[in-house]
Each structure stands twice: as structure tokens, then as C-alpha cells.
Design a protein around this ligand. Structure first.
Ligand SMILES: Nc1ncnc2c1ncn2[C@@H]1O[C@H](COP(=O)(O)OP(=O)(O)OP(=O)(O)O)[C@@H](O)[C@H]1O
Ligand SMILES: [Mg+2]
Length: 377
């Protein structure tokens, strides 16, 4: 199976630049997710790779095959790119059995009955739906329908499965189950999956690589854990995470972060020794805790709200003008308007440039290796 390489890829629709000079390698066998808010260019990128949209400029290579090049005007048609598309609705034929749905593309190719049987048995085994041959789509669970849709693509020998918001119209419980299903499917087939979503939780739970986009521009490409722990800028820091990250201005001098308005004075771990001057401090709610006594990294605040939410308690504490979001373990019960010390686990903090919003410790363009290396040039 091949890597997919996008070089200086641009797509304009009139005045709108939907995809702005994208340079990305999608590694072979990865579960690669394009993530970003509505209109950031995810679908357009996927459609250009599948061959359904012609780029304005740039190059797309799938393994050794050059499928698009704006200089030589090479355009390989969708059918010859080995990229299968699984739609949101799965688009199974309701009047055909599972076997007929999967074998449909092979019958069009006029393969012999034996060849078809062998291939269909193979993919059904691969996606673990053997035994469902005679059922109709209406007699399948959502997860099984999805496997049939995937099998129908795999049977044609596609090397990449692409999916555009395939879980978009499912309820919350089913979405959760389908995420597990998709992850298992990826493990079972080893297929490269190119996945598009605006749902950060979906991206974080399934992917080996996440490419975050905004306004057509790639913001960060890395393993989901890196994106969560070391977001490349404040946009990503705020976009990722179910409870909003805490962001506030500080001035750093000789290893101490100050904010005079907040009477804040935080001693920083050695890894932040290069930081000096004005910065934005970012820290996630789970890295804050309510403590009994002041520490070298605590602030004093007043409890605005304390909301038990099953496994955890969501707390809001005002420190001057700033409202800090805190996620505590269940069982903590705080009086409203009481005064509390809040400790910040500074090992887990991030610092961003106060003007550009870029992470001060991330080298631009540097990507941390994951199991299979993610690269953005
Ligand atoms: N055929 C088109 N003609 C004109 N503009 C388009 C066309 N297709 C997309 N665009 C514009 O290009 C930009 C990117 O669109 P795209 O569909 O790739 O976004 P997206 O990230 O998939 O968003 P969503 O999450 O809403 O699906 C948007 O501003 C959109 O309006
Ligand atoms: Mg889209």
C-alpha cells in the first residue's frame, strides 16, 4: 500500500481559497483524519485526492503514481486511483442481499462466478461479517451496514478508504459504537483510512494521525496525544478538548510567570527556561486542582460554580477577571462563593506567543514521530 503525498496543493473557488498550499504525507496504513471547523477545506481535500475535484495547483502522488500535477497537467481519473469512498449513508442497495451488494462491483467487471465468490468470501472474512451473506441491509445493525459498505470498496482492491463524516447522522450512542467498529476495522484490514470530521472527539479517539485545518491552511499534523498536550497554537488549544482550555496573559521573568492583576506568581519547571517576556499561558481543566494549602504554583480564587457530572465535578473559580475551568474527581463538594486555592500543574502547561498565538516550544514544521511517521513539510 502506498503513502499519499500532497505537494503545494491549492484549490480556489472564485475568490475563496478552500485549500491553501497544503503539504502533507499520509502514511501507508495510517488512520489519517482531517479535522477542522466547517468550511476549512476538509471535504475539498478529500475530493481532490479521490479525483472528484480538480486542484487549482499542486501535485498529488499515491505511492509511485502521479495522479495530479498542475505543471504537466496530469489528471488520473477517479476510477484509476485506487481510492474508495464510503458515504455517510453507506448507500447500500436495499433490495440486494449483503452478498449481492458486495459482489456488485465485481459483476460489473464481468469476473467469473468462482473469482467473485473467492474475493467476496475474502473481504467478508476480513471485515468479520461472514455468515451475513443472505441478509438484507434492513436486517443489519448500523455497524454491520458500515462493514458491508467498506467490504464493497475493499473488494475492488482499493488501497485507501476515504470517509467524509460517515457518522454524521447517527445518535450519540451509535456514534460511540461506530467509532469502536471503525478502529477495529482499521486494525483488522491495515488499510489506509482517510477520514474527514469536524468532531474533535471522533478524531482524537480513532486516528493515528490528525491534521488540523483552518481556513484552508494546515495548522498541525501529529498524533492525537501530541495535539492535545502540545497544541501548535491557541486556535488548536481551544478547538481540542471537551471542556475549554484555560488561557490567560502572563509575563515571564527568570522562570516565574506573573500576572499582577491576578496576584499571580507561578514558578515554572525547567523546560520553560527559554521563555521570557509577554506570553499566553494555556492549561487544561484536568491539570488544575483545588488544594487546602497554597503552593508555589497556586492561585487564590472564589468558587463560581461546582457541577457534579457523574464521574467528575466541573468547577469554575474566579481569580480576578479570569474564570478558571477545573475538572476534579467526583465527590468534591465546594460551597459557592467560598475562597479556595487552585494549584496549576505547570508541567502540563503550554505557552503561546502573545501576538501570533503560536506555541513557544514547538519548532515550526517539526512533527513528532508517531508509530508511523506523520510528516508535514
Ligand atoms: N463547489 C464549490 N463552489 C464554491 N465554493 C465552494 C465549493 N465547494 C466548497 N466551497 C467553499 O470552499 C470552502 C471549503 O469547503 P469544504 O466543503 O471543503 O469545507 P469542509 O471543511 O468540508 O466543511 P464542512 O465541515 O462544513 O463540511 C468553503 O468556504 C466552501 O464554501
Ligand atoms: Mg465537508
Amino acid at each position: 500500500m502506498p503513502d499519499i503525498k500532497l505537494t503545494n496543493l491549492i484549490k480556489k473557488f472564485g475568490d475563496v481559497t478552500a485549500v491553501d498550499n497544503l503539504n502533507v504525507t499520509i502514511p501507508d496504513g495510517s488512520f489519517f483524519t482531517l479535522l477542522g471547523p466547517s468550511g476549512c477545506g476538509k471535504t475539498t481535500t478529500l475530493r481532490m485526492i479521490a479525483g472528484l475535484e480538480k486542484p487549482t495547483a499542486g501535485k498529488i502522488e499515491i505511492g509511485k503514481q502521479l495522479v495530479f500535477d498542475s505543471v504537466t497537467w496530469t489528471v488520473v481519473p477517479p476510477g484509476k486511483r485506487n481510492v474508495g469512498l464510503v458515504f455517510q449513508s453507506y448507500a447500500l442497495w436495499p433490495h440486494m442481499t449483503v452478498y449481492d451488494n458486495i459482489s456488485f462491483p465485481l459483476r460489473i467487471q464481468k469476473l467469473s462466478r468462482d473469482q467473485i465468490q473467492k474475493k467476496v468470501d475474502g473481504v467478508m472474512n476480513q471485515v468479520k461479517i461472514t455468515g451475513l451473506e443472505k441478509r438484507y441491509p434492513s436486517e443489519l445493525s448500523g455497524g454491520q451496514q458500515q462493514r458491508v459498505a467498506v467490504a464493497r470498496e475493499l473488494v475492488t482492491g482499493v488501497e485507501v478508504l476515504s470517509m467524509d463524516e460517515p457518522l454524521g447522522n447517527l445518535d450519540a450512542q451509535l456514534r460511540l459504537e461506530m467509532r469502536t467498529e471503525l478502529k477495529r476495522l482499521h486494525k483488522a484490514t491495515g488499510q489506509t483510512i482517510l477520514y474527514v470530521t469536524h468532531d474533535q472527539l471522533e478524531a482524537m479517539t480513532m486516528s493515528t494521525h490528525v491534521a488540523v485545518m483552518k481556513d484552508g491552511l494546515l495548522q498541525q499534523l501529529s498524533h492525537p496525544d501530541d495535539i492535545y498536550a502540545s497544541p501548535a497554537n491557541t486556535f488548536i488549544a481551544e478547538f481540542i478538548g471537551s471542556l475549554p482550555i484555560n488561557l490567560f496573559n502572563v509575563e515571564v521573568m527568570e522562570g516565574i510567570a506573573y500576572n499582577n492583576d491576578l496576584k499571580l506568581k507561578l514558578e515554572l519547571p525547567g523546560k520553560f527556561k527559554s521563555i521570557n517576556g509577554k506570553a499566553i499561558l494555556g492549561i487544561r481543566p484536568e491539570n488544575l486542582s483545588v488544594v487546602n494549602n497554597p503552593t508555589k504554583t497556586s492561585v487564590l480564587g472564589s468558587v463560581d460554580s461546582s457541577l457534579p457530572a457523574g464521574s467528575e465535578v466541573l468547577i469554575k473559580v474566579s481569580v480576578g477577571e479570569i474564570g478558571l475551568n477545573i475538572k476534579e474527581k467526583r465527590g468534591m463538594n465546594l460551597e459557592m462563593d467560598s475562597t479556595v486555592h487552585v494549584d496549576l500543574d505547570m508541567e502540563e502547561a503550554c505557552f503561546f506567543d502573545s501576538i501570533t498565538g503560536n506555541n513557544l516550544l514547538t519548532v515550526p514544521g517539526e512533527q513528532k514521530a508517531t508509530k508511523k511517521k506523520a510528516t508535514a513539510q
